[in-house]
Design a protein around this ligand. Sequence first.
Ligand code: NAP
Ligand code: F7E
Length: 347
Amino acid sequence: MASKRALIIGITGQDGFFLTQLLLDKGYCVDGLIQPHAHDDTQNIKIFLKDYEKVRFQLHYGDLLDGGSLTRLINKLKPDEIYNLGAQSHVAKGFDVPEYTINANGLGALRCLEAIRALGLEGKTKFYQASTSEMFGNVPSPQSENSPFSPQSPYAASKLMAHNLVQIYRDAYGIFAVSGILFNHESCFRGDDFVTQKIVRGIASIKRGDIKHIELGNLDAIRDWGHAKDYVRGMWQMLQRDQPQDYILATGKGHTVRSFCEKSFGFAGIDIVWRGSGFDEVGENKKTGEAMVMINPDFFRPLDVNNLIGDASKAREELGWVCEFSFEDIISEMVEAALLPQKDYNK
Ligand code: NAP
Ligand code: F7E
């Protein structure tokens, strides 16, 4: 039987790396859309270029802002599966570039769905959309597929637009289109400016003597942090069902940013004690009294989401999806990886 062909939009991101690895291991031909500014040796995925180039792994230029590029590429490849992981994915930056965020994330998904429809691929190409727990905003946790949406940022609004369009195109045109509503997931490939990577790389910079302390914003926010490797498996499982349906992927356990800090410093051999409150709160090295974590008001958002903890019962029961990585596994992997490179990450 011929290999299945998958197109990954957003292949240079964290999830793109793990999904490519998973699909190549399953025998797929994988095509990745990269933006014109990206280099062919784009860091995370260069390993696949080396091993699979032009046999089962190829990169193509395109952009979610450019409908023609998407339509031409989808027409050329006629993929069995499209994973739309492409996005301006940083919530705080979305407040600075709201129009771009809506265009890439909201209209970008629409352009993909329109291409499938215009090319008459409704019966051939399955579509996965990267939806997010951010769409729930501050509705009470645990959030499930039945919880209402209440976006609190341009990013969340852009993703809800895409989420709604997926449902509309599924119902109106019979496209096998699903949205995975994924809670935060991390790995050593996480972008530098997300809080987990910022913390562990900040700790590494402190240990090397490059910086004195890390500066953070809201320490009280609760997030449900899983591992990206578990979550991309869930994406693939959603597209293997007979009927298209949306699923939540989450661990069901919430932790504050403060707790992520404490545990990460702990893995690096530093015990932290917290003193003061509000903007004056400081995380001190218990042994030396030195400030390790300080608050910088610049890292607070105009609106934040306080308590995201997901209920993934439906995915567990219907997909047989399981989380193999614990919170502690994620932290130890990230701290260990951060201690390797020589960089100052307190930015
Ligand atoms: P990420 O590391 O930020 O990757 C985003 C990818 O999108 C990158 O490959 C980026 O390319 C690409 N991209 C950005 N703008 C684009 C455009 N205009 N056209 C085409 N591609 C574009 O994100 P991630 O953590 O892997 O997450 C994958 C997806 O899941 C995203 O849509 C994110 O919003 C969503 N999500 C993530 C989480 C999470 O916790 N990680 C949770 C829920 C949902 P460059 O490398 O060239 O910038
Ligand atoms: O923030 C707080 C911040 O930027 C987590 C994306 O993948 O997951 C991610 O979005 C929390 C927030 O992730 C800093 O205020 C404190 O409450 O790591 P983050 P996020 O906003 O949860 C969702 C599910 C997605 O869909 C997104 O694509 O940490 N926080 N101090 C900070 N956050 C950052 N970035 N930097 C700080 O200094």
